[in-house]
Design a protein around this ligand. Structure first.
Ligand code: TMP
Length: 209
């Protein structure tokens, strides 16, 4: 079953916050009620953006400056938007995206450097798209960092910035949820994954009925 109009849902949070699990659980719940869902992620989600992803998530922390990161994430996002997100929305599908521009706003715009204005300006020129609903999974930085590092994914470049960096990210995401109140839902991520998923599904159900 397709909606009359596409729906763009994003998940955000610090590293190891459980947002990928929640993206998958929401996709399953929506499919179980007959919705057509595309589950995707950033950086990545299209062939070109996955290539850019590998440049960003591995290697030494000083491999890229915050400014270069903004350009690379935005380039990946533009390709992802052109090839994956917009075509699905045009077909009235539900797009669930694990991270989007809010990650750039917080990681590059707040935690890596004070570059919020640059992120927003570039976004308004190159991307020009905001999600309809954003879930920010709010967790404890210490526990989440341990969880993220325990995965040994080989994609730890941002985890390698350390605990203070993750604390700045947490504060940045909480602040963002207060400035973009109509679309952002701050979700207590320190509960069972089933309880979190239920809260999220209740919110989304209102949009698809
Ligand atoms: P992931 O581990 O959630 O797939 O994301 C990869 C890393 O990239 C994660 O540490 C967050 C970081 N990131 C940014 O710094 N800025 C961005 O705009 C995005 C999308 C991700």
């Amino acid at each position: 079953m397709n909606l009359k109009k596409g729906l763009f849902i994003t998940f955000e949070g610090i590293d190891g916050s459980g947002k990928s699990t929640q993206s998958q659980l929401l996709a399953k719940s929506l499919e179980s009620i007959g919705q057509s869902v595309i589950l995707t992620r950033e950086p990545g989600g299209s062939e070109g953006a996955e290539i850019i992803r590998s440049l960003l998530v591995s290697g030494e922390t000083d491999r890229w400056s915050p400014e270069t990161e903004i350009l690379l994430f935005t380039a990946a996002r533009r390709d992802h938007l052109e090839k994956t997100i917009q075509p699905a929305l045009d077909k009235n599908q539900i797009v669930i995206c694990d991270r989007f521009v809010d990650s750039t706003r917080v990681y590059q715009g707040v935690a890596r450097a004070d570059l919020g204005k640059t992120v927003d300006e570039l976004h308004s020129i190159i991307i020009k798209k905001e999600p309809d609903i954003t879930f920010i999974i709010n967790t404890d930085p210490e526990k989440s960092l341990l969880r993220g590092l325990a995965r040994s994914s080989g994609e730890d470049r941002f985890e390698d910035f350390g605990l203070d960096f993750q604390k700045k990210l947490k504060d940045g995401f909480v602040k963002l949820s207060q400035t973009a109140k109509t679309r952002c839902h701050l979700i207590d991520g320190m509960r069972s994954k089933e309880d979190i998923a239920e809260d999220i599904f209740v919110i989304v159900r209102d949009y698809v009925q």
